[in-house]
Design a protein around this ligand. Sequence first.
Ligand SMILES: *Cc1c(COP(=O)(O)O)cnc(C)c1O
Length: 514
Amino acid sequence: MSAFTVDGLHETAYGAEVGGEADAGLLAGGGGGPAALRPLLGTVLAALERGAVERGGPLPAGGPREVSWRVREAAGAVLPEVGSGAEAALDALVGAVAAGAADPAEPLCAAHLHCPPLAVAAAADVAASALNPSLDSWDQAPAASTVEALVCRELARLVFPGTGGAEADTGSSCGPGAGAGTDAYAGADALVTTGGTEANQLGLLLARQAAGAAGGEVRVVCGANAHHSVHRSAWLLGLAPPLVVPTPRGVLEPAALRVALDGLEGAPALVVATAGTTDTGDLDPLAELVGVARGHGARVHVDAAYGGPLLFSERLRGRLAGLRWADSVSFDLHKLGWQPVAAGFFAVPDGAALRPLEHCADYLNADDDTEAGLPDLLGRSLRTTRRPDVLKVAVTLRALGRSGMARLVERTCAAAVELADLVACTEGFELYARPSLTTVVFRPVGGDDALVAGVRRRLLERGQAVLGRASLGGGLWWKVTLLNPLVAPSDLAALVKLVEEAAAEGTVVEGADA
Ligand SMILES: *Cc1c(COP(=O)(O)O)cnc(C)c1O
C-alpha cells in the first residue's frame, strides 16, 4: 500500500526520500502496529535504563538551572526542519527526561502523593496509547467503554457496599445490550476523572445542581484541612467561597461542624470531609460528620483522593467507617493505587445522581443512536475526548486482585509507622503525630522554619532526596509521603540520616551552599 505523494515526491514523515515501505513503521495501531512498536520500545527501555544510571539517585543533582541546561543540551532542536527519525528522537528525549526525573520508584523520592507506577499498569498504558480509544462515544471505544463501565461499577461498590444489587448486576453488566437502556443508572456507579481535583469539582457541581433544582444556592462547608481544589472548584462554579471550619487538631471535628451548620440556619449545604489530608494523611471522623450533616439536612462529599484505597484492605478499611453514607466520594488510584497519572474516580451510591451531567451533541450521542442501543458516554465526564485511563486500572485490579492491592496498601502504611518510630527516637527531631496513612511529618525539636526549608532545598539541589514540606500550626515541617511499597528499613534509616546530616550543617544563606 502506498501513501499519497506531495508534489510528486514520495517522502516519509521522517524526511527521507525513500520507498513507500518506510511508512510501514509510522502508526502504532493496526496489524502492523506491534511490529512498528517493538524496536521503538526497545529504544525507550534502553534510554530509561541509561537515564537512571546517569541520574544515580532520586532526582538529578544541580537544581533547576543546571538540570534545565542539561536537558536543552540533550534535547536539541524542538522543531527541526528535517526530523531526526524515531530512534534518535526517542533516545535523546526519553534519555534526557529519565536522567532528569524525580523518580518515585527511588525510596528517597518521597515528598508528594506521587507514586511509583506498577510495571503492569505502565505496560497496559502502552496498549491504551497504541489503540487510542476515546471515551466520548461508543463508536470510538466499543470495548474500552465496557471495560470502563465494569471497573467503575466494581469500584463504586467497593466504596458503597450493598448498593449495587443483583438486579443492577444482571441488567447492566451481563449479556447483549448491557450498559444501555434505563437500568444504566441502577446501583452505585463511578466516573473516571483526571484525579481528585476533577472529582471534587464534580461533587460540588452535583450539589450546586441539586440545590438549584430546589431553588437555593448551596454553601460549601469544609475544614481548614480540605484540599485547595475545593476552594478553586467553588470559585469556578460561581459559588460563595467555602465556609472554613478551623481544624486545630488536623481533622474536621463534628462539634465544630455542628456550630458551622447551625450558623447557616437551614440553607442548603454541602459538607466536604477529607479521608487522607494532603499535608498529614489525617482521616476526618466520617461517620460522625455524616451524622451531623444529615441532622442538618446537608449533603456530604468525601474527598478520599488519598485514603480511599484503604478500602482494599480488610484490616484498614475500618478507618474509613462512614464513607459509605456519603453522597459522593473522590478517590485516586494514582496515589495509593500505583497507577501512572491519570487514574481518578468520582463515585456515587446511586448512578441516577449523575443525570445532571447528561449532555447532547448530535455527532456523538444522537437520540436515535441512543435509542437504537449505542451507549451514551458523553454524560460520563465533563471532558469530550478522553483517554482510556481505565485500562491500566482494569489490568492492575485483575493482576493483583483485592488482596494484592491490600498487601501493597498495608505494607506502605506499615513503612510509615516504622519511619515515625525511627524519627521519634532520633535525638533532635520531633514527630508531628503518629501516621494515619503513609505520611510522616517531623521537624527539628522546637521548630526552625529556615532550617526546615533550607535542608529540603539542599537535598534537592544535591540530588540526594525529595522531601516535602507542610505548614502546620504556624510552623514548617518536613513531610515524607511514603508511596513506595518496596521501601526497606535501610532506606528509611538512610533518609533520617541524610536529613540529620544536612540539618547539622545549619542554616546556610540561600544560593551559597552549592
Ligand atoms: C491529591 C489530592 C487531591 C487532588 O487530586 P489530583 O489527583 O491531584 O487532582 C485532592 N484532595 C486530596 C485530599 C488529595 O490528596
